[in-house]
Design a protein around this ligand. Sequence first.
Ligand SMILES: [Zn+2]
Length: 355
Amino acid sequence: MRYLTTLATLASVIAGPAVLLAQGTAPAPAQAPKQADTGKADAAKAGVKDPKKASSKAKAAKPPPPTPAKELFGAAKTPAPMAARAIGFYAKGCLAGAAALPIDGPAWQAMRLSRNRNWGHPDLIALIEKLAAEAKAHDGWPGLLVGDLSQPRGGPMLTGHASHQVGLDADIWLTPMPDRRLTEKEREELSATSMLAPDRVSVNPEVWTEAHIRLLKRVASYKQVERVLVHPAIKKAICTNAAAKEQDRAWLNKIRPIWGHYYHFHVRIACPKGSTNCEAQPPVGNEDGCGAELDRWLALIKNPPKPGPPGPEKAPITLNQLPVDCRAVLAGAAAPAQPPGKQAKPAGKKATVTK
Ligand SMILES: [Zn+2]
């Protein structure tokens, strides 16, 4: 975890703070083993009476630390029944009136259903549905396997992702959808395919195809899409492809290099109209990002920085640190409970309304 943080910090130096907020869902590294609370254990072993016991009452009077917001938002099983609104920033906010991506569509299937993270702002849901249909019709892409969007009320998550908090981020697998409906078990257990060659600075021609480039170009060309995050080797593959030699190159800079992101790409859309408390990111500009910046990234991939010594644990975000409207989102009356798998349909219908 610390290693990732160090890498992300380094990445932010190179590509601006935005990349810090864009962690993806590629298979997570194994958790570091939990450290024993050695102080207590030693005292217990020695059978020593705690000399500080007298002061422990005073200690107990202190208010307990606030519950991390990830526990509060992680426990919310249904969306807040309010008008749809992305509140706050991609990595510090929440989501009112979320819609669910239906778990099956004409050109997509949602994965890892047990996580209950197929929720997003209705604009994001509509965009994924449009991408799936258009990529299937025009790009030779058989369908999308859709990974994490947001929790029903957005907010910080118990596992993975610094961003994905306001319903405007989506992870989509780079593995094409198989030509059949996956079972629930397969959606939990199926592994995504890495696109990297063994050298890690280029893509593997056995799995990487022109259709991947067409798909990524399509998503980056949508006006609402502000960033598409991919591994530097994938950015390189796109930059060197013939499609990148076109006149219109503005879409290329929306394709941003970042650590990870070789099993999936991450789509981030702009703050939707009406989300007045949504905090925008700076635009990426009109460069193509295929020059010196990409070279720096590829050099970093070849020689990744060594992890530094572990620093102090970062305190988790609390509800107080989120926009004040997130309290109302959290308190919003719960929608009637529905069996898992079925919840997606009604909200999904709402999301397909054309704009
Ligand atoms: Zn992501």
